[in-house]
Design a protein around this ligand. Structure first.
Ligand code: NAD
Length: 446
C-alpha cells in the first residue's frame, strides 16, 4: 500500500509541501487551525502568492474538474491521525515577543493536539525550523501522549525552500536532510522522497540535533554572506568605491561565487532574521554563545542598511521628510512573493512615514498584506501611480516588473527625477538617459 501523508500547518511551507507530495503521487490530507485557509485550499485557492502553486492545487485538489483528487484538506485532528502513515509538521515558529528566542508554542500545540489521536504506527516528521534540542524533547512527548506509544516515531526533516521558487524547490530540492533515530524512519522517508532521490537529489541522514542545526547553520551562512557584502558597501560608500564592481570581481573566485553578493537594503522575511536570532538565543542556553556573537554583528549590519536607505532618501529631499512625497516601489521582502513579514521595503517606507513623509507604495503582489500590516501608508494601484508627484523614488524590492519600467514614462509623472536603488538591480545608464539622478547603495560614484 502506498504511504498516506498528512501536512499539519498549511502556510507558505505546508501548502506547498502538501501540493508537491500529491504531485509526487501520494494521497495527502492537509490540516490547519485557520478554517479560512482550509476553506480556500479546498477550493483550489492559494491563501498567499507563490508562483506555480495554484496550478499544482488545480491538478490535485479533490472535487476540482480534471484533478487527481489526491489532495484534501480538513480541520479534524481525528481524521488526520486516522488517515496518515506520515505526518509532516509545518507550523510557524516565529520570534518570541520581546526576546530573541523562538516561539515554540505552535509546534508544541500541534504535537499535543495530534499525538492523543495516534492509535496506529505513524512517523511524525518535523519540518518547521526549530531550536536544536527540540526534536529530542518532542520525540519523548510523542511517546508519552500517543496511544500507539513507541510506534509513534519522530523524524526531523528541515526545509530549505525559497519563497518564489517553493514549488520547484520542493519537487526538486538540492538536498534532503533527515534526522532519524531508527532505520525504519529512514526507510519510510526514502519511500516518501523516492521521486527526487531517483533524480539524484543528495540524501543526508543524520541524528536529530545535526538535522536541526543544518537548517539554522545554512540560514546563518546566507545571512552572513549578505551582511558581508553590505559591510563592503558601507566601506565603499566611505571610500568612494563601487560595491557592485567589487562583488563582481570577488565573485569570480569560485570559492566565493556570485550568488547572494548583491549589496542593498538587506535581508528580511519570515525566516532569516528570526532564525539567526533564535540560533544565538539557543547557543546561549547551551553555553556556546561566544560561537555565534558574530551573528549579532550580521544582524546589526543588516538593520543599519534600512536606516541608511532612509538617510539617503532624506538627503534626496533636502534634509526633512515633512510634507514631501516619496514613491516606494516594493513591499514584499523579496520578489515573486507576497510575504511582507519583516520586509526591509516596508520597514523603510514605515520609517519615512513616521518622520512625516507622504509615502505611496506599490507592489505587484504584496499590497493586501502590506495594507494589513501598515494601514497608514499610502498605496497606489500601479508603479506609475506610486511615482506620480514623488520627489524621490525608492526601489526596494527587486521585482522584474520594476526592472522593466520605462524611466522616460516615469519621468513624465514624477515631481523630481531622483531614483534611489535599494537593490542595486536597475540599469543606471537607462535611468540617467531619461534624465534621472540615479543613486545606489554602496556606489556613491556609480
Ligand atoms: N516560508 C518559507 O520560505 C520557509 C522556508 C523554510 C522553512 N520555513 C519554516 O517553516 C515553518 C512554517 O513557515 P511558514 O512560512 O509556512 O509559516 P506560515 O505562518 O505561513 O504557516 C504556518 C501555518 O501553521 C498554522 N498553524 C499554527 N499553529 C498550528 C497548529 N497548532 N496546528 C495546525 N496548524 C497550525 C498557521 O495557521 C499557518 O497557516 C517555520 O518554522 C519556518 O521557519 C519556512
Amino acid at each position: 500500500m502506498p504511504l498516506k501523508l498528512t501536512v499539519i500547518g498549511t502556510g507558505y511551507l505546508g501548502a506547498t509541501h502538501a501540493a508537491a507530495m500529491a504531485e509526487l503521487g501520494f494521497e495527502v490530507l492537509g490540516l490547519d487551525i485557520d478554517p479560512r485557509k482550509i476553506e480556500m485550499l479546498s477550493r483550489g485557492k492559494v491563501p498567499m502568492y507563490e508562483p506555480g502553486l495554484e496550478d499544482l492545487l488545480a491538478r490535485h485538489v479533490a472535487g476540482m474538474e480534471g484533478a487527481s483528487g489526491r489532495l484534501r484538506f480538513t480541520t479534524s485532528w481525528e481524521e488526520v491521525a486516522e488517515f496518515g502513515d506520515v505526518h509532516f509538521v509545518c507550523v510557524n515558529t516565529p520570534q518570541k515577543h520581546g526576546e530573541y528566542a523562538c516561539d515554540m508554542s505552535y509546534v508544541d500545540s500541534a504535537f499535543s493536539l495530534l499525538a492523543p489521536h495516534l492509535r496506529r504506527p505513524a512517523l511524525v516528521v518535523g519540518k518547521s525550523t526549530v531550536p536544536v534540542g527540540s526534536a529530542t524533547r518532542l520525540a519523548a512527548l510523542l511517546r508519552e501522549l500517543a496511544p500507539a506509544g513507541a510506534d509513534a516515531e519522530l523524524a526531523w526533516n528541515p526545509e530549505f525552500l525559497r519563497e518564489g521558487f517553493a514549488v520547484k524547490d520542493t519537487l526538486r530540492p538540492d538536498r534532503i536532510v533527515v534526522g532519524v533515530s531508527s532505520e525504519h524512519a529512514e526507510t519510510v522517508l526514502r519511500e516518501v522522497y523516492a521521486g527526487p532521490l531517483g533524480e539524484g537529489t543528495p540524501f543526508v541522514v543524520t541524528d536529530y540535533p545535526t538535522a536541526e542545526l543544518v537548517k539554522t547553520a545554512a540560514n546563518a551562512f546566507l545571512a552572513t554572506k549578505i551582511s558581508f557584502i553590505n559591510a563592503m558597501a558601507e566601506v565603499s560608500e566611505a571610500a568612494g568605491g563601487d560595491v557592485a564592481k567589487l562583488a563582481e570581481a570577488i565573485g569570480h573566485d569560485d570559492r566565493i561565487g556570485h550568488k547572494f553578493l548583491r549589496a542593498g537594503i538587506g535581508f528580511g522575511g519570515g525566516c532569516l532574521p528570526k532564525d539567526i536570532r533564535a540560533f544565538m538565543a539557543r547557543a546561549g542556553e547551551l553555553g556556546a554563545d561566544q560561537a555565534l556573537t558574530f551573528l549579532r554583528e550580521v544582524d546589526s549590519i543588516n538593520m543599519r542598511r534600512r536606516t541608511h536607505m532612509v538617510e539617503l532618501a532624506r538627503d534626496a529631499v533636502g534634509g526633512s521628510f515633512l510634507g514631501r512625497r516619496i514613491g516606494v516601489l516594493g513591499a514584499s521582502f523579496k520578489p515573486d512573493s507576497d510575504d511582507v513579514r519583516d520586509s526591509p521595503a516596508l520597514n523603510v517606507a514605515g520609517q519615512i512615514h513616521l518622520q512625516g513623509g507622504q509615502v505611496t507604495v506599490y507592489d505587484p503582489k504584496g499590497m493586501e498584506n502590506a495594507k494589513r500590516l501598515f494601514p497608514t501608508l499610502g498605496y497606489a494601484p500601479t508603479a506609475v501611480d506610486a511615482v506620480r508627484g514623488a520627489e524621490v523614488v525608492l526601489h526596494l524590492t527587486e521585482w522584474r516588473e520594476f526592472r522593466e519600467l520605462d524611466p522616460a514614462a516615469l519621468a513624465e509623472v514624477a515631481a523630481r527625477r531622483h531614483i534611489l536603488d535599494g537593490r542595486n538591480a536597475l540599469d543606471p545608464a537607462l535611468w540617467r538617459k531619461a534624465g534621472w539622478t540615479y543613486r545606489a547603495m554602496g556606489r556613491p560614484s556609480a
